[in-house]
Structure formats: structure tokens, C-alpha cells
Design a protein around this ligand. Structure first.
Ligand SMILES: [Zn+2]
Length: 453
């Protein structure tokens, strides 16, 4: 999810996958490509994001005291910029609720009306091999979910990003990417549902355990193939031109055991004005990349601070660790689903034309599993965010120790206020933030400066 510096695309990949199951396999790419709008509008609106410019003398003259230095950095954000950032980010809280409700509505619609079981019965007659039938059902569910939630997707991914001036795409270009994302979702949805139900049918009462195994294996597979087969569908990756920045990033990476032959930049400016970088992939495909907005809008110390943070994610094995921890969250979710579905099927199974005895092994009960599991995920949001946020603190500290650029770190953090509320309350941060608030992160950088001078 996001550098980290909001970049960490792999987090997006995990989230997209979890959300995909939750909201009926919405396009896996929705979180990444969000933005869109006419370029001219974006340019004028983007100019609304202003940070008071300073020079090296200003930074050198900052008080050593970490609290005072942090406040001086935050004071460079004009009040209207902070208000706009708060509105954008807080709107995201409501979108999480609307997305859950939309997914729930799609699932309940499929349960309460004929198409779901009719599709299962038709597929059973036409496609004799059970995994083929289940895969077909999974793809059909993904397509129905995509179509029914399209208005929300357009608002969230296009209109809203356009309104906040972060989008750089025309509607046609944006929608084209949504269709590519849909194709990916249909394929991945079909494979996931086919494999999941093949296992659920054989696992009996222990389905929650084996189902978790399938989900974790699938997440690992998705993360591993994303850099080679999925992300290139949306962006072009090129080596960073030779120069001092590239030399310094390669040196930091190699010194910390990251096996890199080159540093890559991707053309995120096609979609957005956001500054970001990410570490994605797994095993042999793991790689660290920065987006062209970061490269073009940032100074060398800023770029090095971000890349050192990403190297920290890699060096501390955050992706494999996340898979294990998210796996535990899924395990409890499936245990909850086992209890909830047993109760719901006993009570409403006949109305939904589902057999309580077959239970979760019937692919036509997938909408019910999605409804129950997505509700669980919504409630587990603070846990998932805390897992991520804890790793972000680790990567920030690792990055400071590696790049030794506390001012570069603080300057980039100010830029991220374009899309992340800078100064959340403690409870708000606990529930909604995948990264610590800007104040906390700048304070960590200024504390490093204060202590390590
Ligand atoms: Zn990060």
C-alpha cells in the first residue's frame, strides 16, 4: 500500500486483493490509477497545492529541538492547503463505508434474486468439470460486481481525483485502464474461485484453515507476478538516467543486500500528480521503483530519503512478514465466516435457494461469503492499518539511518500532504492511517537530526 511514501504499490496490491474479494472483485488497479482529468484542469488545480518555499539556509537555521523544528516545517503549509488535504483524506473514510455498502448490496442482490443460483445450475449443466464451473461463476460475479459498482468507481477514481486536481488523464484514457483492470480481475477472480472452492469442497469442517492457505498462496502469487505481468499493463518502466542520484541509490541498495542491477522509474504522471515510490514483488521479482513525479518534483536529498525508506522495506522483509500477518487476519475472518454463515444459512438458506448442509462448499454461496468476510474486513481495518503503519515507522527509521537526510525526508513528507491529512488525532490515525501522520513522521526525522547531529 503506499510509500510508504504512499508508493508501496505492493500494499495496494494486497489491499486490492482483499477488497476485490470483499467488493466482488473490483478492478485490481482501481487503487493505483485513481486519478484522472483533463490535463489543463489538473495543472491549474495542482497549483492550489502550495508549500512555502525555503532554502538550505532556512533548514540550517532551524532549532535543534525536534518539536520546534517539526512545527516550523508544518507552519509552511498554508491553512487552505491543510483544509483541502483534510477534506480529501476524510472523504476517503466515507468512501471505505460506501465501498463496503456497495459490495454488500451486490452480494445481497445476487443472493436474493435468481441469477446467482441459476448461473450455478446452468454452469453445472454446461461445464462438467467443477473447477471450470466455479471459475466461470467467479468471473461472472466479478463482472457483475464491476458493472453494478461502476458509478461509485467513476466518482472515486475519476471525478473526485479530478476535483482535487491530482488527475492527469482524460476520461477515455482512464476508462480504458479500468477495462484492462477488469480483464485482470476476471482472470484472477476465476482462478481464485476455482482453486478456493476445489479446496473448500474437500476440506469439510476445516475449510477455514485450508481456505486461509489458498488465500495466502494466492496473495503471494499476485504480489510475485504484479511487477512483471500486471503493473506493466498500466505504466512503462525505464531505467533512471545515469547520474549522481542513480549512483547513490544503487550504492545504498547494494550496501544493504538488495540485489539490483538498475534503478527504474515509471510514468505515473500519465495518471496522477502524486509523488510516490514503491517496493513490490516477491522472491525473484522484488524490486524498488520510483515514479516520475518524485524524480521530477524532488531534490536529490528528497529522492534519497524516499529510496532509503523503500530499501528499508525490502531489507526488513516487510512483504513476506505482511503476508504472514494478513494471513492471520484472514484466518480469524474465515473462522468468523464459518460461524456466521452456518447461522445465516440455517435461517435464510431456503429463501436464497442454498443448501445449509452443503454450506460453504457450494460456489453459489460465494456472495454470502463475500458479504460476511467484507464486513469482517471493514471491522478489522484498524488491525490491518496498524500492521502496515508499524512497518512504515520501521522503514522511516531505517531510511533515516541509511540516507542520513532528515531534511530531505521532511520536505517529501510535506509534499505528501497533497493527498494525506497531515495532523490526525490519535484515534483517527489508529483506525484510518496506513502511515503515521505527517507530524509524527517529520518529528521522527527531526528527532534523528537532534540526536545524531
Ligand atoms: Zn513505506
Amino acid at each position: 500500500m503506499k510509500v510508504s511514501f504512499k508508493g508501496c504499490l505492493w500494499r495496494y496490491a494486497l489491499w486490492a486483493l482483499l477488497l476485490a474479494l470483499a467488493i466482488g472483485f473490483a478492478p485490481a488497479q482501481a487503487q493505483n490509477t485513481g486519478p484522472a482529468a483533463a490535463a489543463s484542469n489538473a495543472a491549474s488545480a495542482a497549483s492550489a497545492f502550495r508549500i512555502q518555499a525555503v532554502d538550505d539556509a532556512w533548514r540550517a537555521a532551524l532549532p535543534l529541538d525536534a518539536h520546534a523544528a517539526t512545527q516550523a516545517y508544518l507552519d509552511r503549509l498554508p491553512a487552505d492547503v491543510v483544509a483541502r488535504s483534510n477534506a480529501y483524506y476524510e472523504g476517503g473514510y466515507w468512501l471505505q463505508l460506501w465501498n463496503w455498502l456497495a459490495g454488500l448490496a451486490v452480494a445481497l442482490l445476487l443472493l436474493a434474486t435468481r441469477p446467482s443460483t441459476a448461473l450455478r445450475d446452468w454452469a453445472t449443466r454446461q461445464l462438467k468439470w467443477a473447477p471450470l464451473r466455479d471459475g466461470f461463476y467467479g468471473a461472472a460475479y466479478a463482472a457483475a460486481g464491476w458493472l453494478l459498482t461502476l458509478p461509485l468507481t467513476v466518482y472515486q477514481g475519476f471525478v473526485r481525483e479530478h476535483n482535487y486536481g491530482m488527475a492527469t488523464q482524460t476520461f477515455a484514457a482512464w476508462f480504458g485502464e479500468q477495462l484492462v483492470g477488469l480483464a485482470v480481475s476476471l482472470l484472477m477472480g476465476a482462478v481464485l474461485v476455482a482453486v478456493l472452492y476445489a479446496v473448500l469442497r474437500r476440506a469439510g469442517a476445516q475449510w477455514w484453515l485450508w481456505g486461509t492457505g489458498v488465500m495466502v498462496a494466492f496473495m503471494a502469487l499476485a504480489v510475485a507476478i504484479a511487477p512483471i505481468w500486471i503493473e506493466p499493463l498500466f505504466n512503462t518502466y525505464k531505467p533512471v538516467p545515469d547520474g549522481p542520484v542513480k549512483t547513490a541509490v544503487l550504492a545504498m541498495a547494494r550496501a544493504n543486500g538488495v540485489p539490483v542491477d538498475n534503478v527504474y522509474v515509471f510514468d505515473a504522471s500519465r495518471q496522477t500528480t502524486r509523488v510516490s515510490a514503491n517496493v513490490s514483488g516477491l522472491f525473484g521479482t522484488a524490486a524498488i521503483r520510483l515514479n516520475d513525479n518524485l524524480l521530477n518534483r524532488s531534490s536529490e536529498p528528497e529522492i534519497l530519503a524516499v529510496m532509503a525508506h523503500e530499501i528499508g522495506h525490502y531489507a526488513m522483509n516487510h512483504i513476506p512478514k505482511s503476508l504472514v500477518m494478513f494471513g492471520a487476519v484472514i484466518l480469524f475472518g474465515f473462522l468468523f465466516a464459518q460461524w456466521a454463515m452456518r447461522w445465516l444459512l440455517a435461517r435464510y438458506g431456503a429463501r436464497w435457494r442454498l443448501d445449509a448442509k452443503t454450506g460453504v462448499a457450494d460456489v453459489a454461496s460465494l456472495p454470502l461469503l463475500v458479504a460476511v468476510f467484507s464486513t469482517y474486513l471493514l471491522l478489522a481495518t484498524p488491525v490491518l492499518n496498524t500492521i502496515t503503519r508499524t512497518q512504515e515507522v520501521e522503514a522511516d527509521l531505517y531510511g533515516l539511518n541509511l540516507a542520513r537526510e532528515p531534511h530531505g525526508e521532511a520536505e517529501v513528507l510535506l509534499k505528501l500532504v497533497e493527498y494525506r491529512k497531515p495532523d490526525p488525532g490519535a484515534l483517527e490515525e489508529l483506525i484510518f492511517f496506513t502511515h503515521p501522520g505527517t507530524r509524527t513522521r517529520i518529528y521522527n526525522a527531526m528527532r534523528w537530526r537532534e540526536q545524531m547531529r
